[in-house]
Design a binder for this molecule. Structure first.
Ligand code: FAD
Length: 442
């Protein structure tokens, strides 16, 4: 009678409810992670358009970040005697065998609800149902700041369309849960098969060296997530100035840069929240410290939006079912991706993204507005490129923000950005544009 933890977007040891529940049970714990080819193959994103998208779902930057997170997780779990098996395969092809071989009676996993992840779970469920001793599944929501059982909405239909209403209700009526841990847990080392973390070429991706200009130079994993938090909160106290710097474009410290670790769960939103609270007690409490929590609530909001609207977040009309005319031009796509449009500010941001997998929030809003509002190009193509290239891709935040910026989502104002005005406001001295466009333009 043993327990299997299937790690998904919860690649951490601290504050991981699936891991904690498994460790609290009788029997040993084995962990598993899948580089599921469905997320790495070239894909048409099911968009029903004439354009062939020249990229797959997971690109090299995120894949590398995940590889690093898995290496870190494997080493961390070993300290508790827990082996992590890693496969470049689909869960349904492997888990039934693990169940038989390691006498697994219970499987613990983070609950996901978006299309690809549900398909993945369904395929596994089908494969497991053919076993004589089907293990019991335990699925938990572990990616939220405010747990779905604690928010003041009886069902997802009640999730407000406007963020402010959602935030105010949650702030008033919900509490962030405490952290859980497996600090004292230790089991005897189990003898299991040897597995390897697949290389980028094995995942169908090219290797690369990091661009020295990157505003996101870190590696993946729980250790680096906490190093980053320690730097931003405790060593430099940059959190005190977050509100004043968060619209920045150059350097590592204009914003927290937590998103990439959050998206694969190397740190939890709850952990960040409780560190902000400690900071407020020990160092300073101001609008800046509050704003970081405010942004984490935005992150939650988009998760609730996708719980409410399911696959509408991937549809052309978005959650508003808008019947707009959208274009889909391969030429425009190439120009946008390569940073060859007539807008230098868009170009600088797109070149940064292509070279590093990172773009600031200010940049993302502008290039999205350029693509879908100025050029009236199918917003889902832009979102698909972001899905491929972003190091911090998160299905809810990506599609939620794209809809928001494209007039088919939660923005009550339906704005279009004046890109030149934005460039002069946020890059008045041209430093950012020079960094990515090199000499010659200025
Ligand atoms: P900080 O400013 O330090 O904020 C702290 C945290 O709050 C972030 O790490 C993030 O988890 C959350 N947050 C901040 N802004 C937002 C927001 N607008 N929506 C949701 N959560 C937010 N974020 C992703 O994590 N993954 C995505 O795939 C993604 N795609 C985006 C696509 C578009 C078109 C736009 C406009 C925004 C997108 N964002 C996405 C949101 C936002 O740009 C990033 O979360 C942010 O820039 C990450 O930098 P940071 O961690 O330094 O953020």
């Amino acid at each position: 009678m043993n327990n299997l933890v299937w790690f998904r977007n919860d690649l951490r040891i601290q504050d991981n409810h699936s891991l904690k529940s498994a460790c609290d049970q009788e029997g040993d714990v084995i962990a598993v992670y899948f580089f599921d080819p469905r997320f790495y193959n070239k894909s048409d994103f099911d968009l029903d358009i004439n354009v062939t998208l020249p990229f797959g779902k997971t690109g090299k930057y995120r894949a590398q970040f995940i590889r690093e997170a898995i290496a870190d997780l494997k080493a961390g779990l070993e300290e508790h005697g827990i082996p992590l098996l890693v496969f470049n395969d689909r869960p349904e092809n492997v888990i039934p065998r693990l169940v038989q071989e390691y006498d697994i009676t219970d499987i613990y996993l983070q609950k996901e609800w978006t299309r690809d992840e549900v398909e993945q779970e369904n395929a596994l469920g089908k494969a497991l149902s053919e076993l004589e001793n089907k293990p019991q599944g335990h699925r938990v929501y572990d990616q939220f700041l405010f747990h779905p059982d604690d928010v003041p909405f009886e069902n997802w239909k009640q999730i407000p369309r406007v963020f402010t209403e959602f935030r105010k209700k949650c702030e008033k009526q919900s509490e962030v849960r405490d952290i859980v841990d497996i600090a004292g847990y230790k089991q005897d080392i189990l003898k299991v098969e040897e597995t390897e973390i697949p290389t980028l070429p094995e995942l169908g991706l090219e290797t690369f060296t990091k661009d020295t200009r990157s505003a996101f130079p870190w590696t993946g994993g729980e250790i680096s997530a906490w190093e980053r938090l320690d730097h931003y909160f405790w060593e430099t106290e940059k959190l005190k100035f977050y509100k004043k710097t968060r619209n920045g474009l150059v350097g590592i410290d204009y914003s927290s840069k937590f998103s990439a670790w959050l998206s694969i769960g190397s740190i939890s939103a709850r952990q960040i929240y409780w560190e902000v609270k400690r900071f407020e007690k020990e160092i300073k409490k101001n609008q800046d410290t509050y704003l970081l929590i405010f942004e984490l609530i935005w992150r939650d909001f988009f998760k609730y939006v996708s719980l409410k609207h399911h696959n509408d977040i991937f549809k052309i009309g978005g959650i508003l079912h808008k019947d707009y005319e959208w274009k889909s031009s391969e030429r425009e796509l190439k120009k946008w991706i390569n940073g060859e449009t007539h807008e230098p500010f868009v170009n600088a941001n797109m070149k940064e993204l292509a070279a590093t997998g990172w773009m600031s929030n200010r940049g993302r809003q502008n290039v999205a507005s350029y693509w879908s509002m100025h050029k009236e190009q199918d917003w889902r193509i832009g979102a698909a490129y972001f899905e491929h290239i972003l190091i911090d891709y998160d299905v809810h935040s990506n599609y939620g923000n794209w809809m928001y910026n494209s007039g088919v989502g939660n923005d009550p104002r339906n704005r279009t950005f004046n890109i030149q005005l934005q460039a002069s406001r946020y890059d008045g001295d041209g430093k950012f544009q020079r960094l990515w466009l090199q000499e010659g333009l200025f």
